[in-house]
Write a protein that binds this ligand. Structure first.
Ligand SMILES: C[S@@+](CC[C@H](N)C(=O)[O-])C[C@H]1O[C@@H](n2cnc3c(N)ncnc32)[C@H](O)[C@@H]1O
Length: 370
């Protein structure tokens, strides 16, 4: 039997909702600009025979990386005014690629600048092939970027009995998630090793557990993933969802540590080293929650709750919709999911000073050896 190549429980909310509610994710991408500029330096001449091929791996609807992509195009234009540039956005088959193209062509939101997809000499494409596999032909990619995407696993190595995320799993559960994440990391790197032109780079901003044990939402009084679990469990306690549905609310993610990111590069005999990849830069970065900053400035708890909850609803909703028994009528499922996030929103509005979600990323610049 062929393995299904995609899972509908991994999909950002469509119609532009993801980027419209993810200024925190955009801040992370914007903060990678110096690393990206550094990585681009010197690569134009190495790839001068062909179009300059850029990829954004796990791009969702493309809104959060739009400004960075514009900057990259500007940098390349300065270095090489007549060079064709291809910009390929990759994600999974259930991604809303229509919203992505509407954004790129300026019809989802009318931007101040000319639509990126209509810039002379810029050619935009999309691929729905998982980044766990090779997406581009051998040695054709001039620069690769990815943000907040590679913590999604290629498969769910079982359900987590009493938490929505591997971060709150038992030791045994977490070990199987880690094993999956480590094997996925190798697969991701080996695929990129084939795609990259020798001498060019990848810049990755991956959600992680940092040296201080911090991860997305862990620095708040109300830990984001624990609070999500509490509200999901409350539905089971109130018999609104079944115990099976409660357990199925397991997000297919794992946050790697810096050691996990670095390991394939430290062993010269690892498949990744033998494939020619070298780690040039590694660091961690905490991006403060912009929604909480707005709340501290304006002091309106209800407005904060209305802005804060959609930023994680955008990426978590598909998991919880997928956890519900498909025999439930669609409207009933939608009602349960609304109730779930509304309860979280009421929680935030009731104690706004306890909630925030700092993002914690591991940054890597990886070069394909000449
Ligand atoms: C949180 S969004 C990040 C979007 C954007 N890069 C950003 O930083 O705002 C994660 C994206 O990764 C995508 N994704 C997850 N697993 C993937 C895979 N195996 N291949 C490609 N994309 C994947 C999801 O569908 C989603 O659109």
């Amino acid at each position: 039997m062929t393995k299904p190549c995609a899972d509908p429980t991994i999909a950002m909310r469509g119609g532009g909702y993801y980027s419209d509610n993810s200024i925190n994710a955009k801040r992370v991408i914007d903060a990678t600009t110096p690393l990206v500029e550094e990585a681009l330096r010197g690569t134009v001449s190495r790839t001068s025979e062909r179009p300059y091929a850029i990829a954004d791996f796990g791009a969702a609807d493309g809104g959060t990386s739009l400004e960075l992509m514009r900057k990259i195009v500007r940098t390349l234009r300065t270095a090489c005014p007549h060079r064709a540039i291809t910009l390929t956005y990759t994600d999974l088959p259930y991604n809303d690629f229509s919203a992505l193209f509407r954004r790129l062509h300026g019809v989802l939101h009318v931007a101040d600048a000319a639509p990126l997809a209509q810039e002379p000499g810029v050619f935009t494409f999309a691929s729905a092939t998982s980044f766990h596999r090779q997406i581009f032909p051998d040695e054709t990619l001039s620069f690769g970027f990815s943000a907040s995407a590679m913590h999604w696993l290629s498969a769910k190595p079982g359900l987590i009995a009493d938490h929505v995320h591997a971060i709150g799993a038992t030791e045994t559960e977490r070990a199987s998630y880690r094993e999956q994440a480590i094997s996925d990391w190798t697969a991701i790197l080996l695929a990129r090793a084939r795609e990259l032109v020798p001498g060019v780079r990848l810049v990755l901003a991956n959600l992680c557990v940092d040296e201080l044990g911090r991860y997305l939402g862990s620095t708040a009084v109300a830990n984001l993933l624990d609070t999500l679990t509490q509200h999901w469990r409350a539905l089971a306690c109130a018999n609104i969802i079944t115990e099976d549905e409660y357990r199925a609310g397991t997000i297919q993610q794992y946050y790697k540590t810096v050691d996990d990111f670095v390991a394939p590069f430290t062993d010269p005999d690892s498949p990744v080293s033998r494939a020619g990849l070298r780690l040039e830069h590694v660091s961690t970065m905490l991006t403060p929650c912009p929604y909480a900053a707005q709340f501290r400035h304006r002091g309106d708890g209800d407005a904060f709750a209305r802005a804060y909850v959609p930023h994680f609803r955008a990426w978590s909703e598909s998991t919880f919709v997928g956890a519900l028994n498909p025999r439930r009528p669609e409207a009933e499922r939608a009602g349960i999911i609304d109730q779930f996030y509304r309860a979280y929103e009421a929680d935030v509005a009731g104690r706004p000073e306890a909630h925030w979600a700092d993002r914690v990323h591991g940054l890597q610049t990886i070069v394909k050896a000449l």
